[in-house]
Design a protein around this ligand. Structure first.
Ligand code: CAP
Ligand code: MG
Length: 404
């Protein structure tokens, strides 16, 4: 089988770019060929059941530059619309092969025909901005903190204060679902009540993103409940739930925006030499229909460098007719980060801060106000220190956390 063909020009193939370190004693060419074989039609030895008509289905290594290789996978290898099957091929057995020391899926390029079989985001950035009635500035959100333990009334009260202060979005934390201390159905009802109150009082659109993460059928029931009770969003932990469940919840065509939390991604995205890149995860999430996705901040508490900017750009670009997806910056953010964050990432982002709002010395409402003030200062192009004069919430936030 022609697993290596440096003259090959990919067309409607899936193209994967890998970083590859072969095991001791193996050339990169040999290891690359084994990766192409194992992830397409081959195994560790030549088998007698191979037929000549299969030749065109072999994956081909068509570029080797240092430790970077590119492999083209012909479209016939894949079942359109089946993300699990695609990943079992191009991101499956290969990571565990003894012939590689390290292997990282850096990037993946999907051809138009395969993209068409997925739904993509239902709303995207334009749809979300329409719901929120916010045209240009970044959206500001918070996560109710403490992340676990608050009872329902207190959770709803914290949400209300955040909305009153100026947050557009309030969301559950990734590990809050339907625990005894704060059951899902009651939480949704109570928090949406508070959302309505905050909307009336502020005259702004407000949204609540309840975390529906659970077994798939249960997620569908929870989403139906949100929809029936006037919610506009569902949040889901995309890695722990798995891509098939995401396809199921997207395919049901609820009138809900889908917010994707990526908890657990770093188990395979963090090691720069092995695993799967966050760029790849972002592509998969947009294909299966997530409207918003956590991608990192460059400057907050979570690991992630300048590549985060490239991921945001890809999510906001046209891609084979898919709607865009809103990049979410979250993790250790406070108002002092915002000018730099917006300079790096632009205005089409969602800024999420938990500690950076509920940790404000004057409380949650002031924390939310400080966050909106700092966003407005950047939008109006006024230096933060100047803008903070006469705005006590922002001034206090900068005093505590500093401009970074
Ligand atoms: C942020 C957060 C988010 C992380 C996830 C948390 O809280 O709620 O889940 O941002 O990481 O639990 O840590 P803080 P990422 O604002 O208090 O840090 O966005 O990198 O996926
Ligand atoms: Mg969280």
């Amino acid at each position: 089988m022609p697993y290596i063909d440096l003259k090959y020009k990919p067309d409607e193939d899936i193209v994967c770019e890998f970083y590859l370190e072969p095991s001791k004693g193996l050339s990169i060419r040999k290891a690359a060929g084994q990766v192409a074989a194992e992830s397409s039609t081959g195994t560790w030895t030549r088998v007698h059941t191979e037929e000549p008509y299969m030749k065109k289905m072999a994956a081909r290594v068509f570029s080797i530059k240092g430790k970077r290789i590119k492999i083209a996978y012909p479209p016939e290898l894949f079942e359109p619309g089946n993300m699990a099957q695609i990943l079992s091929s191009v991101a499956g057995n290969i990571f565990g092969m003894k012939s590689i020391k390290n292997l990282r899926l850096m990037d993946i390029r999907f051809p138009k025909e395969l993209v068409k079989a997925f739904h993509g985001p239902k709303y995207g950035i334009g749809g979300v901005r329409k719901i929120m009635d916010v045209k240009e500035r970044p959206l500001v959100g918070t996560i109710v903190k403490p992340k676990l333990g608050l009872k329902t009334e207190d959770h709803a009260e914290v949400a209300y204060r955040a909305w009153s202060g100026g947050c557009d979005i309030v969301k559950d934390d990734e590990n809050l679902s339907n625990q005894g201390f704060n059951p899902f159905l009651r939480r949704v009802l109570k928090t949406l009540e508070m959302r309505d109150k905050a909307e009336q009082e502020t005259g702004e659109k407000k949204v609540y993103m309840p975390n529906v993460t659970a077994e798939t059928e249960e997620m569908l029931r929870r989403m139906k409940f949100i929809e029936d009770n006037g919610g506009r969003y569902a949040m889901v932990d995309i890695i722990t739930c798995g891509f098939s469940s995401l396809q199921t919840i997207r395919n049901k065509e609820f009138e809900l925006v889908l917010h994707a939390h990526r908890a657990m991604h770093a188990a395979f995205t963090r090691n720069r030499k092995h695993g799967i890149s966050m760029m790849t995860v972002a592509k998969l999430a947009r294909l299966v229909g997530m409207d918003q996705l956590h991608i990192g901040t460059v400057i907050g508490k979570m690991e992630g460098g300048k590549e985060v900017i490239g991921i945001a750009d890809w999510m906001r670009d046209d891609f084979h007719g898919l709607k865009t997806a809103f990049p979410v910056c979250s993790g250790g953010l406070h108002p002092g980060h915002v000018p730099r964050l917006m300079k790096m990432m632009g205005n089409d982002i969602i800024i999420q801060a938990g500690g950076g709002i509920h940790g404000h010395v004057m409380g949650t409402e002031s924390g939310a106000r400080a966050m909106r003030q700092v966003v407005d200062s950047v939008m109006e192009d006024v230096p933060v220190k100047e803008y903070a004069k006469g705005r006590k919430e922002l001034a206090a936030a900068i005093r505590k956390w500093k401009l970074v």
